[in-house]
Design a binder for this molecule. Structure first.
Ligand code: NAD
Length: 545
């Protein structure tokens, strides 16, 4: 990295969320883009070494909320294309790593600005809404605002890192040369957030790294828009290479390559643990110890103290558990509610649920859309069937599943008498909220149970007005959540405001969209330069008089 020695970049502002109310220009433009996307069947190539790559092995992209509708096809690759992507990345590395940081930064700042122009925000919202079955608001906060924020804030954080330099006594100049990693980075992204898909390859790349990016097969429509965005912003060929291959196919090449330098992963815990193990088994192959950064699953809680306001709790639960069909790693999926407040909170939630509309995202009045695919639908309906049969739990709302047209699972509330019930422990990744009602005088004991029930440690909330109760929860649940909310829902972290990530089974807690994450993609070299080198080996103490 050659620095200019002048690192000032203004602090960015979070991209404002457009509201898409009836009659607004943004709504008219977006409806038109959705209509156009619905009329065609796009064909999506991979993107390697700055070029579109077609294999002829076409795989369908179907709308989750209308599975008879084919939105397009993508070209699936195999191991040869993964090798090609690695070669392209390694060939681009030297030039990109030695490019002045301002040039690298400007590519991503430009990408953020392009994304906020109508041509791109309509495209990326239409792709996210139809491809991932997201309503317009959920898509806007993800695909446009959060992605633009990731790009702009990371540039700012990058300059803060470069600015971190050691002291130099007179006659000496000490400096840290913030080198990118020696090799290539493998970015593996999940289906549920378009912004994460954009952030995982771009964060290491802006620091001078080169990347092979494997998106989820369920997010390819919007992943392509991101790739076009980076290309149009001037990203040089080979810096980020996008391959469409099944995970294990990519893994068989990447984790056996001596230049593998790190993985930037978001997805399920199980897959991450498998990846970590494979890297461990192959550790002798690599030129460097690879960086392993992974954000994974959650079993996120809302804990309610008797001093809380019931309507604040019910709104947090409704939004936190059911927005985007509960397919957020941060989604509230277990709640601990005191007996005294339960009847009121339950009634408020049931009232809200009765007003929910479920259907395709192209109809803006639908709050709930479909879950991502048939595998998710089958998994979630099996969970609901199991709960229906068991005595320790009752389904008090929802529970209907229908895949005739799309993969629809009704937002479901489960009441259990067992705080360690499987539905209080396991991640389902769908619209299922399990509630345990505790005796008001067992607050502390129930906090203890909450802390020990699940293997995860991602997000969680405490609702209370009693300050001592808030403090107790904060202490007892110290490691139960990497993102802890007081009187707020556990979802909706904003870049620059709540750096995101969890520990325990939820990941390496490297806080996406922060300095902490960017540090993982750098390997500093300490340089000492002596302006007046000594010319004799003798020290003053050795003199005789
Ligand atoms: P997933 O684990 O099915 O897939 C994630 C990615 O891993 C995909 O690109 C997939 O193709 C790839 N993959 C699968 N097997 C692989 C292998 N053997 N080698 C390499 N790559 C492989 O997850 P998903 O369904 O896309 O996403 C949902 C999961 O992601 C949930 O568990 C959720 O909690 C988690 N998530 C976590 C965060 C976070 O920040 N903590 C954010 C979003 C999603």
């Amino acid at each position: 990295m050659k620095s200019s020695g002048f690192f000032h970049v203004p602090l960015p502002k979070n991209e404002p969320v457009l509201n898409y109310a009836p009659g607004t220009p943004e709504r008219i433009k977006l409806k038109k883009a959705i209509g156009e996307l619905l009329k065609q069947q796009v064909e999506i190539p991979m993107f390697i070494n700055g070029k579109d790559v077609k294999t002829g092995r076409l795989r369908e992209i179907r709308a989750p909320h209308d599975h008879s509708h084919i939105l397009g096809y993508y070209h699936e690759g195999d191991q040869e294309f993964v090798k090609m992507a690695i070669d392209a990345a390694l060939a681009a590395r030297k030039k990109w790593a030695s490019m002045p940081w301002e040039d690298r930064a400007s590519v991503f700042l430009k990408a953020a600005d392009l994304l906020c122009e109508p041509e791109y925000w309509t495209k990326i919202n239409a792709a996210t809404m139809l491809g991932q079955s997201k309503n317009v608001f959920q898509s806007e906060i993800d695909a446009v605002c959060e992605l633009a924020d990731f790009l702009r804030f990371n540039v700012k954080y990058m300059t803060e890192i470069y600015d971190f330099q050691p002291i130099s006594p007179s006659g000496i100049w000490n400096r840290l040369d913030w080198r990118p990693l020696e090799g290539f980075i493998f970015a593996v992204t999940p289906f549920n957030f378009t912004s994460i898909a954009g952030n995982l390859p771009s964060a290491p790349a802006m620091l001078g790294n080169v990347v092979v990016w494997k998106p989820s097969k369920s997010q390819i429509l919007s992943a392509r828009v991101i790739m076009e965005l980076f290309r149009d912003a001037g990203l040089p060929a080979g810096v980020i290479n996008q391959v469409f291959v099944p995970g294990p196919v990519a893994s068989d090449i990447v984790f056996f390559h001596s230049d593998f330098a790190g993985i930037h992963y978001t997805g399920s815990t199980e897959v991450f643990q498998g990846i970590w193990k494979t890297i461990g088994d192959n550790i002798f192959r690599y030129k460097n110890y690879p960086r392993i950064v992974g954000e994974t699953g959650g079993k996120d809680f809302v804990f309610v103290h008797p001093s809380a306001h019931p309507n604040q709790v019910s709104t947090a639960l409704i939004r936190g558990a059911f927005e985007y069909q509960g397919q957020k790693c941060s989604a509230a999926s277990r709640a601990y509610i005191p007996e005294s407040l339960w009847p009121k909170i339950r009634d408020l939630m049931l009232e809200d649920l009765a007003t929910f509309k479920m259907g395709g995202p192209e109809d803006f009045s639908n709050f709930i859309n479909a879950v991502i695919d048939e595998t998710a639908f089958n998994r979630l309906s099996a969970v609901i069937e199991r709960i229906r049969k068991e005595k320790t739990a009752t389904i008090i709302a929802g529970g209907n599943c229908d895949k005739t047209v799309g993969y629809f699972i009704e937002p479901t509330i489960v009441l259990t008498s067992d705080p360690r019930y499987f539905a209080m422990q396991e991640e389902f990744f769908g619209p299922i909220l399990t509630v345990y009602v505790y005796p008001d005088n067992k607050y502390e004991e129930t906090l203890e149970i909450c802390d020990k029930t699940s293997m995860y440690g991602l997000t969680g909330s405490i609702f209370a007005t009693d300050r001592e109760a808030i403090n107790q929860a904060s202490q007892k649940l110290m490691y139960a959540a990497g993102n802890f909310y007081i009187n707020d829902k556990p979802t909706g972290a904003v870049v620059g405001q709540q750096p995101f990530g969890g520990s325990r089974g939820s990941g390496t807690n490297d806080k996406a969209g922060s300095v902490l994450n960017l540090l993982r993609w750098l390997t500093p070299r300490a340089i000492k330069e002596n302006f007046v080198p000594p010319t004799s080996y003798k020290y003053p103490f050795m003199e005789e008089k």
